[in-house]
Structure formats: C-alpha cells, structure tokens
Design a protein around this ligand. Structure first.
Ligand code: HEC
Length: 109
C-alpha cells in the first residue's frame, strides 16, 4: 500500500512538472531563483539594467547588472558559483544554472 502511494505521488509529480515547457520553467526561475529575481538587476531579457545612480566621493557612479546574454557557459557558471560584489549569492544547482543559461542564450535543450 505504501509503495502504491509512493508511486502515485511520483507519477503525479513527474506529470505536474511536464505541464510547463523548459522555457517557462527557466523564465520563472530567472524571476524567482530562491532569492531576488535576476530580472531586477539584469533586466527582463538579461541585456543589463541601470538600477541606480549614486555619488561616491564626488564621483557619479552607476549601479546595475551587466549584459549576461553574451557570455560563455563556463564564465556564466563560475559567476553563479562564486561571490560577486554587488550581486546576491545564490545556491543554484547545475541543472538550474544550465536552464538559466539556455533561457538567456536562446539555446534549445
Ligand atoms: C541585486 C542585483 C543583482 C541581482 C538580483 C543579480 N545580479 Fe548578477 N550581477 C550583478 C552585478 C552588480 C554584477 C557585476 C556586474 C559588473 O561587473 O559590471 C553581476 C554579474 C553577473 C554575472 C557575471 C557577468 C559577467 O560579465 O561576468 C552573471 C553571469 C550574473 N550576474 C548572472 C545573474 C543571474 C543568473 C542572476 C539571478 C539568479 C543574477 N545575476 C542576479 C547584480 C545582480
């Protein structure tokens, strides 16, 4: 009985995940990656965004995320696996990082 229940739940879960396409999954991950959405700083399409202008020691500075649609997978992966000044630290799995990369670089699975 327990095994039957487990199988039913697993079947349901695998069916539920196939309701959305890979692109829809990556799009929602981009906007809600267990933390502040990438789109807030890198823009909706990842082309970069100016978040704020501020003055530091009399010099005007820009703060925002850069264009992340034109970078190799290795650099993309490393950026998400280390600490970057000005960007929150995420703890994404390799699969999640790959999904985000495909989404931003319009690469099909
Ligand atoms: C609070 C703002 C913020 C958020 C949210 C954010 N980033 Fe960033 N990100 C930055 C900043 C600032 C940099 C450094 C930009 C620079 O060096 O000019 C950066 C750099 C990067 C880089 C390296 C770019 C390069 O050219 O080397 C990648 C890749 C990246 N972010 C991806 C992401 C992804 C994917 C997400 C969501 C999971 C995300 N970022 C969320 C602010 C943010």
């Amino acid at each position: 009985m327990k095994l039957f229940l487990l199988l039913t739940v697993c079947t349901y879960l695998s069916a539920a995940t196939s309701f959305i396409t890979d692109e829809e999954y990556a799009s929602s991950l981009y906007k809600n990656p267990r933390g502040i959405g990438c789109n807030n700083c890198h823009g909706d399409s990842g082309k970069g965004k100016l978040v704020a202008k501020y003055e530091q020691k009399g010099v005007m500075k820009n703060y925002g995320g850069s264009d992340i649609t034109d970078i190799g997978f290795k650099d993309f992966y490393e950026a998400l696996d280390t600490r970057i000044t000005g960007m929150p630290r995420y703890f994404l799995t390799k699969d999640e990082i790959e999904a985000l990369y495909r989404y931003l670089h319009k690469v099909k699975k």
